[in-house]
Every structure is written in C-alpha cells, then in structure tokens.
Design a protein around this ligand. Structure first.
Ligand code: NAP
Length: 311
C-alpha cells in the first residue's frame, strides 16, 4: 500500500469539488472506502449512483466515523457549522482538511471545533469550473493544478506530508502558504477577476433589449469568457466576498485607481501610455503559459468540451 492511501476517507459536501475528489481517489485507488455526506437526499443518492462514494450517510457525524481523512467540501460560510456537527465523531489521530477558497475565515470558523489529537490542515485546490453539483465532478480536475495548504502553527509534520502526498496522488502540485498571504494572492488572481466578470455581465443585463441580442451574437469578441466566470455558483461567491472582504476591498481599490488612470489615458488620447500598458500585460500572459497554467493556442487553447481551471 502506498503511503498516500487511507483505509477510510469521508467527503462532506458532494458538489463539484467533493465529487471530483471522489473520482480522483477512485482513479488512484487511494482509499479502501469513501463515505459521503451532503445536505440533501437528492445529492446523496446521485453521488451513490455515479459511484464516486461507496456509502452515503444521513448526517456528517455518521459519515466521518472511523475516517482517517475527512475532507470538508461545503461552501465557505458553513464550514464552521458543519465541523461543529461532525467533530464528536472525528477519529483521534486522523486528518481533517477543507477546500475553501478563503483560508483565514475558514480557519477561524473550523479550528474551535477540531478536537485535540485530530490534525487540522486547511487547504485549497486551485481548480474548478463554473459548474456545480454532484454530476459536475471529474477525476482529472486537479491534474497539473496547484493545491495550496495553509498549515497553522504546531501542525504535525507527518500529517502534513501525508496530506501533501494525497493531493499529489490526486494529480495536484502542492505548495504551502500562510493563510493571510493565500487570501491576498487569491483576492487578485481569482476573486477580483470574478467580480469584474459579475460586473460586466451585470452591466450588459441592464442594456436595452436590442443591444443585448447583439452582445450575445458577437460575444466571442471577449464578452464570452466573462460570462463563463459569471455563471459560477452564486452561493459560493457570496460567501467568498464576505469571508475575504478586506483583501478583496484592497484589490478593488487598486483596480479602481488603475481603471481611472486608463480612462484618463483614453480621454487624453495618450497613445504612448496605452501602448506601454498593453505591451507590459502581454508579458504576464507569456509567464502564465511558461508556468504550464494555460496553453498558447488561440482562444486560450479552450475547446467546447474543455472547462479550463479557475478559482
Ligand atoms: P457545489 O458544487 O455547490 O457543492 C457544495 C456541496 O456542499 C453540495 O454537495 C451541498 O449539498 C453541500 N452543502 C451545502 N450546504 C451544506 C450543509 N449545510 N451541510 C452539508 N452539506 C452542504 O460547490 P463546490 O464548487 O464543490 O464548492 C465547495 C467548496 O469548494 C467551497 O468552499 C468553495 O469555496 C471551494 N472551491 C470551489 C471551487 C470551484 O471552482 N467551484 C474551486 C476550489 C475550491 P447539496 O447538494 O445537498 O445542497
């Protein structure tokens, strides 16, 4: 048996991320048994039918009984409540982790409910699509994508290594980071682009009807990629905005200042300034491709069947 396998894994929350983890565990044969729990019976039934879990349970506490690894995959805003519900059943010496897109708020919410002797190691796989629910997951979601672990002070080194090995076996590259740094980095790389998408699509929905139909018709000129982001789960993004408020407001402030400066350059017809900005930004694209986080093909290398990673 490889060192990243677990006798029993519990997945709490069986949506996009929970189901993808289940598929990845099955693909890599990383667990003897996967127990699952989600809020609704519908989701639990679907998960069992698809087969990315081996059993489903009526409560989170029942699902985690005897688990060596518990993965909390519910929206950020309820991570604390769910951990409180399941904590009496956590096995001593086991690992509990989460996948929340915000780290500091989740750590504050979950930590008080994790019993002594259980290893809590927060995490965030930087992979996703705009789809949600138990049918949306797939085994390759984490392949070649980063998973950030944000261990808190006093984290057991062996447990950290085991969780790192687990994510690697799911296809991820793993890095560790301080929780507040994670929240700042993600505010600019993920949360701000998402808000810009919500805002631009929101602006279009306010336009008169005849303009709107042309926006849809000619959307491939740029708008289309914003709509993909703006189709993401509203609950998840509501929770992220509230949980990472300070870092998001900081980045929004910087963005607004830069946008005002760009607006001024356009108004003044400052060709040099515009060209300078538009040239420097191409560099960023090159670096992302070089880092293997996208392909250089036209249209971002995206095909109809290919959901590119986000979040
Ligand atoms: P999702 O597809 O909407 O799934 C959420 C799951 O949580 C569902 O199974 C839902 O159950 C369950 N749930 C909701 N409220 C619950 C409760 N009170 N008790 C127990 N289960 C509950 O969401 P997701 O995209 O997988 O996101 C899950 C987490 O992953 C979030 O914290 C998010 O920040 C993080 N994340 C998301 C992405 C992404 O791109 N989507 C990427 C990285 C990390 P029902 O179906 O029964 O309602």
């Amino acid at each position: 048996m490889s060192s990243v396998t677990f006798d029993r894994i519990a997945i709490i929350g069986l949506g996009l991320i929970g189901s993808s983890i289940g598929h990845a565990i099955k693909r890599g044969q990383l667990a003897g048994h996967i127990a699952g729990y989600a809020r609704t019976e519908d989701t639990r039934k679907t998960a069992l039918e698809i087969g990315f879990v081996d059993s489903v349970h009526d409560t989170a506490a029942e699902a985690v009984e005897g688990a060596d690894l518990t993965l909390v995959c519910v929206p950020v805003g309820i991570c604390g409540q769910v951990t409180q519900e399941l904590s009496p059943s956590l096995k001593p010496g086991s690992i509990i982790t989460d996948v929340g897109s915000v780290k500091q708020a989740v750590i504050t919410a979950m930590s008080p409910h994790v019993p002594q002797g259980v290893h809590f190691i927060p995490g965030h796989p930087i992979a996703g699509t705009e789809h949600s629910g138990p049918q949306s997951g797939f085994a390759t979601l984490f392949d070649g994508r980063w998973c950030i672990l944000t261990p808190v002070a006093g984290t057991d080194e062996q447990a950290l290594q085991k969780l790192t090995g687990f994510w690697q076996a799911c296809g991820s590259m793993v890095d560790t980071m301080a929780p507040d740094h994670h929240d700042q980095v993600l505010a600019i790389t993920s949360h701000l682009p998402q808000l810009i998408a919500y805002n631009i699509v929101g602006t279009v929905t306010e336009l008169e009807e005849d303009t709107q139909s042309e926006v849809t018709k000619f959307s491939a000129s740029g708008f289309r990629d914003f709509t993909r982001l703006a189709a993401s789960d509203p609950i998840m993004w509501r929770d992220i905005c509230i949980a990472n408020r300070d870092a998001i407001l900081e980045m929004l402030g910087r963005f607004t200042e830069d946008l005002t400066s760009l607006q001024r350059s356009i108004r003044r017809g400052d060709a040099d300034k515009l060209q300078e900005l538009f040239t420097s930004t191409r560099d960023m694209r090159r670096k992302i491709v070089e880092a293997g986080q996208d392909t250089p093909e036209a249209d971002f290398g995206r095909h109809a069947s290919d959901d590119s990673a986000k979040d």
